[in-house]
Design a protein around this ligand. Structure first.
Ligand SMILES: [Mn+2]
Length: 343
């Protein structure tokens, strides 16, 4: 905050609100000021907020949030107040400007940058969650048969994880078979899965509010030479990244470890997304591992490594693991087999 020269910072997004305060309700506004931490909630959440955020002064507002916030900011004499520029809607900003006398300063990624480096408790939660995905993958390999729809597989996978303690799916699952494999975000459809196809599944769930994320591609019945070639290439690119990533590197340098391998083989144009992203309270968070990311990787960050090749009119392969950045490299948190499995 001092770097942005603001007297206070308003937090409205749920992940940042929970991260800073511990309050898990679905509505509430955090204000961090000089030596004070405030949590504005409505009638529904007063009791829960007091219980979950003991370090915060909980303020119940009865009429209008921004009037309550504005009164408190004026009383403290704050002149410049930051807000989350990537989270606040245009309509909210108009409301804030109407009510708040201080000048509003747009700030991006302030708690998000802190969130990128996990503490021990967060690492424990993420490790436990990631471990659950391996069992689920093994289960779904045993379940999937030709003739099922992609949606059948997605539903079974989500049900399995939730029965075993997940709070909910972290995102709509991707089950992309055959030609649909060319769509990196091919959410499960009514398409029937057939013999001879590659199937990419990308899934994860929340455990104690922390997200998990993993992808595997497997084959049904038989494989062609090209399917094996593309698979091996992606797997090699993944290995280059897993072996090469070190703290101190930038997200761009990490991305290049895998990307250069695919480029050398002539597949660079088919890897149209970044190598990975941070995972935590949100499935996609900082740091980004991509050609445009200057984020410096640090010990304690948890990221995905997920190279892929997507060929329109043919299909695709993606392999994604979650990994903890350690003092000298990476520790994989998902450990499902990486050789091409044919079921
Ligand atoms: Mn991912």
């Amino acid at each position: 905050m001092s770097g942005h020269e603001v007297d206070a910072f308003i937090v409205t997004s749920s992940a940042n609100r929970y991260y800073l305060s511990g309050f898990s309700g679905s509505a509430g506004t955090v204000v961090i000021g000089h030596g004070e931490a405030l949590l504005f909630v409505d009638f529904r959440y007063t009791e829960q907020a007091c219980e979950q955020a003991p370090d915060f002064e909980v303020i119940l507002y009865r009429d209008e949030l921004w009037t309550a916030v504005a009164n408190r900011l004026s009383a403290a004499g704050y002149k410049k107040v930051g807000f989350e520029s990537k989270q606040v809607t245009f309509a909210s900003h108009v409301e804030m400007q109407k009510k708040i006398a201080a000048s509003l300063v747009p700030i991006a990624d302030l708690p998000e940058k802190q969130r990128a480096v996990k503490d021990k408790r967060e690492i424990d939660r993420l490790k436990r969650g990631a471990g659950e995905l391996d069992g689920a993958y093994e289960y779904i390999l045993g379940y999937t048969r030709p003739g099922m729809t992609e949606k059948d597989v997605a539903l079974e996978l989500e049900t399995y994880l939730r029965r075993r303690g997940a709070e909910k799916a972290a995102f709509p699952y991707i089950v992309a078979s055959g030609l649909r494999g060319a769509m990196p975000h091919g959410v499960a459809s009514d398409k029937l899965i057939s013999e001879g196809e590659l199937v990419t599944i990308d899934f994860g769930a929340l455990y104690n509010r922390y997200a998990t994320d993993m992808t595997r591609t497997f084959a049904l019945g038989s494989t062609s030479r090209k399917q094996r070639q593309v698979y091996d290439l992606v797997n090699e690119a993944r290995l280059k990244a897993a072996e090469g990533i070190k703290p101190g590197m930038t997200g761009r340098e990490a991305d290049a470890l895998a990307r250069s391998h695919l480029e050398k083989a002539g597949y660079g144009d088919y890897f149209g997304h970044g190598l990975g992203h941070g995972v935590g309270l949100e499935t996609h968070e900082l740091p980004l591992l991509s050609p445009r990311s200057e984020a410096v990787l640090e010990e304690g960050m948890i990221v995905t490594i997920e190279p892929g090749v997507y060929i329109p009119g043919w299909g695709g392969v993606r392999l994604e693991d979650m990994a903890l950045i350690t003092s000298n490299g990476l520790e994989l948190l998902t450990e499902s087999p990486l050789g091409l499995i044919i079921i």
